[in-house]
Design a protein around this ligand. Structure first.
Ligand SMILES: [Zn+2]
Length: 228
């Protein structure tokens, strides 16, 4: 594999991305299909907004370290805070991985994966939390996502975290551009992830490295299929 591709897949570069909206970048080959899909959604009455696109290794590592050190909440599957005290390293790592990817394995590194909401449903003073209720029937972003269920595959998108497979929690807001994401996932290896992590400031590094084979199976490879 070319070094540059490995850098893309593990979040060490943003050279493959372009700004989609201020503050949010996506892979340069995702921009066009995403804009076309957003235009079609607009015709159906939805304002498709990317609230999270590309994320760097460095940023993912900050999020990870804040969760390990207690500066940021660790949540259980029902979104209730878990106290890191009293957990073994392995328990804490598995709890964090339900909601946050291990740095170097986040699909947001690739620029192919995005979290999307319907910004026409935003209300003043209410912040988006990216929790299941907002995206289920009756929630503000449910109609857009029902439309996406019917239409996104035409533009190449699918939901890697549609169902609870025991790995990453279901995230209805998270879409992935299959043509590129499938290639990147196929090129990501435990060895390359380990190589990047060893050089990083990751908290719980030695425990993570010991657990890497199981983390890789349970949280990286264990996704829903494109359905195509
Ligand atoms: Zn996401």
């Amino acid at each position: 594999m070319a070094k540059s591709n490995l850098d893309i897949i593990t979040g060490l570069t943003d050279s493959h991305t372009v700004e989609f909206v201020p503050g949010q970048r996506v892979h340069r080959e995702v921009e066009k299909p995403l804009r076309v899909m957003a235009e079609e959604a607009a015709k159906a009455g939805y304002l498709l907004q990317v609230c999270s696109g590309y994320r760097s290794f460095q940023r993912q590592c900050e999020i990870w370290n804040e969760k390990v050190t207690g500066k940021r909440l660790v949540l259980d599957s029902q979104n209730k805070p878990i106290s890191p005290k009293g957990l073994t390293d392995e328990e804490l790592i598995n709890a964090i991985l339900r909601w946050s990817a291990l740095p170097a394995t986040s699909r947001h590194h690739w620029g192919t994966d995005i979290d999307v909401i319907d910004s026409s449903k935003l209300q003043a003073g209410i912040t988006v939390k990216l929790v299941a209720e907002e995206f289920e029937t009756g929630g503000p972003f449910s109609d857009l996502h029902d439309w996406l269920d019917k239409n996104m595959s035409r533009f190449g998108f699918f939901r890697p975290y549609a169902t609870d497979r025991g790995g990453v929690s279901p995230e209805r807001w998270h879409l992935s551009y299959a043509p590129l994401a499938e290639t990147y996932l196929g090129e990501l290896t435990e060895e390359s992830v380990a190589g990047v992590l060893k050089k990083s400031q990751l908290e719980l590094k030695s425990s993570v490295l010991k657990m890497l084979p199981q983390i890789f199976q349970r949280f990286v490879l264990n996704i829903d299929s494109t359905g195509n």
